[in-house]
Design a protein. Structure first.
Length: 304
């Protein structure tokens, strides 16, 4: 790609997952930023004809703005490898591994990173009885953005009544009281730490609605905790084989100090909306949103 010729970038967004609306928002924001960064941008709502659309467009790079299944779990990455079109973010293996929360945690544990206990259980069984001593959290094992997340409090007498659209197998994870922290990794550097402050549970609304949460960045936490988040996020990024941009989420029970810090998951396709965490962290360390998007395009490749 000539540095004098604006790269032709296909921004793929939308798709059929539960996170379609967030992906459309991410895609539109990234497309606008890439145009500001002097890229030739074509927006593509990813459907079953995606491979044909990309063959017609013949882009220099695909900017992956998809979230959730098919776009974030290795499926579209495999298609792009087959088509030999350079693409942003993580490759097939890292995407598939990070999308499976339980397998991600197994990788963390193998590397000596701290996690909380969790099991995979049939949704029918979870609705019938407490499969873990409350308090605990129930969530799909392979979706993001707090879609279908249930918090079962310590005093709960009855198990959660999961909705019918939950998958047959779900993750049941010990609940950790405390603060929600997160750190983005851009290439070979951790950016900073954000403390996500909400009135209640950090659910889908809190993540994406205007005013749903407040972000304190950089987080006002002890230096030991700040440094640990930066270190753990970088290690998680490398352990899972992530590329481009990733974001690792933590819970921190401050009454336990460093022992109270645990990893929850790593997101290989962090949201890129006006309320999203990774662009905000990049901005705090001097990287504008157009610069971040342009860097992702320049970082794109196959064989990721």
């Amino acid at each position: 790609m000539s540095s004098r010729t604006p790269p032709k970038v296909a921004v793929i967004m939308g798709g059929p997952s539960a996170e379609r609306e967030v992906s459309l928002s991410t895609g539109r924001e990234c497309a606008a930023a890439l145009r500001e960064a002097e890229c030739n941008v074509i927006e593509v709502d990813a459907g079953r004809d995606l491979s044909e659309r990309l063959a017609e467009i013949s882009p220099d790079v695909v900017f992956n703005a998809l979230h959730g299944r098919w776009g974030e779990d290795g499926c579209v990455q495999g298609m792009l490898e087959w088509l030999q079109i350079p693409y942003t973010h993580s490759g097939v293996l890292a995407s598939a591994l990070a999308m499976d929360k339980q397998k991600t945690k197994a990788a963390y544990v193998a590397a000596g990173l701290p996690v909380v206990d969790s099991i995979i259980a049939p949704a029918k069984e979870v609705k019938r009885r407490h499969v873990m001593e409350p308090p605990y959290v129930v969530k799909p094992n392979n979706e993001g953005s707090s879609v279908g997340v249930y918090l079962v409090r310590e005093a709960a007498n009855t198990p959660p009544q999961l909705s019918d659209d939950m998958p047959e197998q779900v993750m049941v994870e010990q609940y950790v009281a405390g603060r929600e922290l997160t750190t983005s990794v851009m290439g070979d550097r951790a950016l900073t730490v954000t403390d996500i402050i909400t009135e209640g549970w950090y659910d889908y609304h809190a993540k994406y609605a205007e005013g749903g949460s407040r972000h304190e960045v950089p987080a006002q936490v002890p230096q030991e905790i700040f440094d640990a988040c930066m270190d753990y996020a970088m290690r998680a990024h490398n352990i899972l084989g992530c590329r481009g941009l990733s974001r690792t989420d933590f819970r921190w029970d401050e009454s336990k100090g460093l022992e109270g810090l645990v990893l929850l998951e790593t997101n290989t396709q962090p949201g890129m909306t006006p309320t999203s965490l990774s662009p905000e962290q990049a901005q705090k360390v001097g990287i504008s949103f157009p610069e971040l998007c342009r860097w992702l395009v320049e970082d794109a490749s196959c064989n990721r």
